[in-house]
Ligand binder design. Structure first.
Ligand code: NAP
Length: 287
């Protein structure tokens, strides 16, 4: 059987690097992992040419603008967010359709307003609170405008190995361990109750989604279990630094420019549930 070419964009990112690893495990796929050095998606003409040359069957777009607060306060940053989260996914969706490829676009719980204590199913109405959330919502719509072909996968609170790129950011758990260095007490915001997502688990769930020939559309693939930042930090320190006392503080203690959803559990009604985030955290931290 001929290999399927899988093109992973944002291949050095927190999620992208795991997608490269997980898809490379199966000899069925010829995996191309591209980041800024290989393709600058902002240059749409050169990008389209380069993508057409490799004729991918599947494009996984793990590139995004993620500076939630910065784009709330700066017009320039907001335009950058629109470019990466709306215009680039739109171009990729059109190009994918033209060359017969399937596009997977990643999105976020920030498309919801977080007022529904029962959580959000895949087709729940979206109502973002921030500019970042609006760009991700619009990006979803542009990708889904090509009917019966593309996928939108929502996740929240991603964690895993830091991104490999120069600007590579660390996840919440590594930041918490750094904050606690030399201390026996830390204060953590007891807010934003939602699901953590372990990058290797999401990468595997993405591959399985495709291999099971799932119908195109929206999927929620976060780990099971809901937690606030404070509750997750408690779990972290229980595992690795039981000497640290974790104190809950109100979100009002750390005001930020962009409003976040208060309760945004992503309910997965279409695919096998991912394991509890605490089990994934244990694997991540103790590995
Ligand atoms: N992180 C979270 O907590 C979270 C939560 C919900 C949803 N998501 C979604 O999950 C997906 C993956 O997020 P992530 O945290 O893994 O992202 P990430 O670590 O920031 O990775 C994105 C990668 O894309 C690269 N990139 C940026 N602009 C580019 C361009 N113009 N051309 C080519 N490459 C470019 C980045 O390089 P540089 O580092 O050099 O910019 C980086 O390597 C995104 O759709 C995001 O919105 C993330």
């Amino acid at each position: 059987m001929e290999n399927k070419t899988v093109l992973i964009l944002g291949a050095k990112g927190m999620l992208g690097q795991e997608l490269v690893r997980v898809f490379s495990e199966n000899a069925l796929y010829a995996v191309l992992g591209w980041d800024r050095e290989e393709i600058d998606l902002v240059d749409s003409v050169a990008s389209e040419e380069k993508i057409r040359e490799v004729v991918p069957s599947i494009i996984l777009n793990a590139v995004a603008y993620n500076a939630v607060d910065l784009c709330e306060t700066s017009e320039e940053e907001y335009q950058q967010a629109r470019l990466l989260n709306v215009h680039i996914p739109e171009s990729l969706a059109k190009l994918s359709e033209a060359i017969g490829a399937t596009l997977i676009q990643y999105s976020t719980d920030y498309v919801f307003d977080g007022t529904n204590q029962d959580g959000y199913v895949e087709d729940a109405e979206t109502h973002p609170l921030s500019r970042y959330g609006m760009t991700k919502q619009e990006g979803e719509l542009t990708v889904l405008a090509t009917p019966d072909r593309h996928f939108v996968i929502r996740l929240s609170k991603l964690f895993g190995k830091p991104a490999l790129s120069a600007a590579g950011k660390q996840s919440f758990f590594e930041k918490m361990l750094a904050v606690a260095e030399g201390k026996t007490e830390v204060s953590v915001v007891d807010g934003e109750r939602s699901c953590f997502t372990y990058a290797p688990d999401l990468a595997r769930a993405t591959r399985e989604l495709l291999e099971d020939r799932s119908s195109p559309g929206i999927y929620h693939l976060a780990n099971s279990g809901v937690a606030t930042w404070y509750e997750a930090a408690q779990e972290l320190f229980r595992l690795v630094r039981p000497d640290v006392i974790v104190r809950p503080v109100s979100p009002d203690a750390f005001p930020r420019p962009a409003e976040r959803p208060e309760y945004s559990e992503l309910l997965n009604t279409k695919r096998p549930l991912l394991r509890d985030y605490r089990e994934a955290l244990q694997e991540f931290i103790l590995k």
